[in-house]
Design a binder for this molecule. Structure first.
Ligand code: PMP
Length: 423
């Protein structure tokens, strides 16, 4: 693949051209949310100015056009992750997608759904396996599901170097395991997890796999069917798209057998006062008025990513990550989280600065125009595992340059002296 010209791409992101606190903005917080290229903003504005209408209902011209644009968007975003349109459910984001899955499995456990739904039914003592590295969005829905069904939540531990303890995984995943839910890339460690290995363990015992692809979808080529996962989620706003939209991917037979979570309009065939029959996927999981302009915006985002080429994006961000990792290692008092030698990574590093609170580091960098995230990044158990309550996280996207990394490293190298914590 041709290398990516980040400096040229930045012209599509006018927000990056501004100054913050008198300094050039260096945006290293794309792990929280990415900036949006003009094409995405234009796609939403164009739809709202020209074709806005509710979809899948109404015989009028605008409704037909909106429906076509909306379903085209589904095909585009599904294609981006290697899926067919009917395998992509629109959600409001990854959190909504994970809750959808957990509640749908909960409903199956109550005997709801088609006969095939019984395959998801959890009995007391059944096990749900997650990892110690999960974002709270891929943790708390499972805690709640376990509490509702009597299932037991277990976790694959993380090694000191940030890799998953796959030996422990092999013994944890057993005949009581019904669900294995894990992140493709941790939003704190940045390491690409061994998806195929975990999927093989899960499928050996007939467990359903759920992948959190939030931090991989924007940064590397993603083929969900090839990864073999049963279900996967991602968030539009992290992959150059709008807020309020995301995707739930499912294997056709899995979605087919899953009962709905939210119910109401747009997801039914026939309704009486006593009962309702449901549409097949994906509509079964899309109760209510759809996020039409957001879906169209997300389609524009993945077209933009595809235009650049995800191989090129990954290569570019790997180079930034390597430069950043090397620089961070050379600053005294900086401890990287998840610095596993040779690990496959995305452009994201979280770290601790000895003697300086993460929030002070964040403010110090902000004063120099550098935007990073501080706190627990919705991963408290993982921080506890590393003896921390907070860390600093710098995360890249395709629009970051080597100069961004250098400005960040240069600023950071002065932080300990500034706070009297050593050179
Ligand atoms: N999982 C991971 C790994 C994430 O990084 C995030 C967002 N920080 C989420 C899930 C939740 O995404 P959202 O808030 O868009 O639903």
């Amino acid at each position: 693949t041709a290398p990516l010209d980040a400096a040229a791409l930045r012209a599509d992101f006018s927000i990056l051209g501004q100054r913050v606190n008198g300094e050039r903005l260096v945006y290293l917080d794309s792990g929280a949310t990415s900036q949006k290229p003009q094409a995405v903003i234009d796609a939403e504005v164009d739809f709202l100015t020209r074709a806005n209408s509710a979809v899948h209902r109404g015989a009028h011209t605008l409704a037909a056009e909106a429906t076509e644009l909306f379903e085209d968007a589904r095909a585009t975003v599904a294609g981006f992750v290697g899926a067919r349109p009917e395998q992509l459910v629109w959600t409001s984001g990854a959190t909504a997608g994970l809750n959808l899955v957990a509640y749908a499995i909960g409903n199956a456990s109550l005997g709801r759904g088609a006969p095939a739904s019984a395959r998801f039914a959890l009995q007391p003592g059944d096990e749900i396996v997650i990892t110690e590295t999960e974002h709270h969005a891929n943790l708390i829905p499972w805690q709640e599901l376990a509490a509702r069904t009597g299932a037991v939540l277990r976790h694959i531990p993380v090694n000191d170097d940030g890799t998953l303890d796959t030996d422990a995984a092999a013994t944890l995943v057993g005949e009581r395991t019904r669900i294995v839910a894990f992140t493709h890339v941790s939003n704190v460690l940045g390491i690409v997890n061994p998806v195929a290995e975990l999927v093989a363990l899960a499928h050996d015992v007939g467990a359903v796999t759920v992948l959190d692809a939030c931090q991989s979808a924007p940064h590397l080529p993603l083929d969900l069917p090839a990864l073999g996962v049963d279900l996967a989620v991602f968030s539009g706003h992290k992959m150059l798209g709008p807020y309020g939209v995301g995707g739930l991917y499912g294997r056709a037979d899995v979605l087919e057998a899953l009962p709905p979570f939210l119910t109401g309009g747009s997801m039914i065939t026939t309704v009486t006062l006593d009962e309702a029959a449901y549409l097949p996927p994906p509509q079964r999981f899309e109760a209510g008025t759809q996020p039409v302009s957001q879906a169209i915006g997300l389609a524009a985002a993945v077209r933009y990513l595809d235009g650049v080429g995800m191989g090129a994006v990954h290569g570019h961000e790997k180079a930034l990550e390597a430069r950043m990792g090397e620089g961070l290692r050379s600053i005294p008092g900086v401890r990287l989280l998840g610095d596993a030698p040779g690990a496959e990574r995305v452009g994201l590093w979280a770290f601790d600065v000895d003697g300086v609170h993460a929030h002070d580091v964040g403010q110090f960098l902000d004063a120099r125009g550098v935007a990073v995230r501080v706190g627990h990044h919705c991963a408290q158990p993982l921080h506890r595992r590393f003896g921390l309550t907070a860390s600093v996280r710098a995360s890249s996207s395709l629009y970051n340059t080597a100069d961004d990394v250098d400005v960040f490293l240069d600023a950071l190298s002065g932080v300990r002296a500034f706070f009297g914590a050593g050179a």
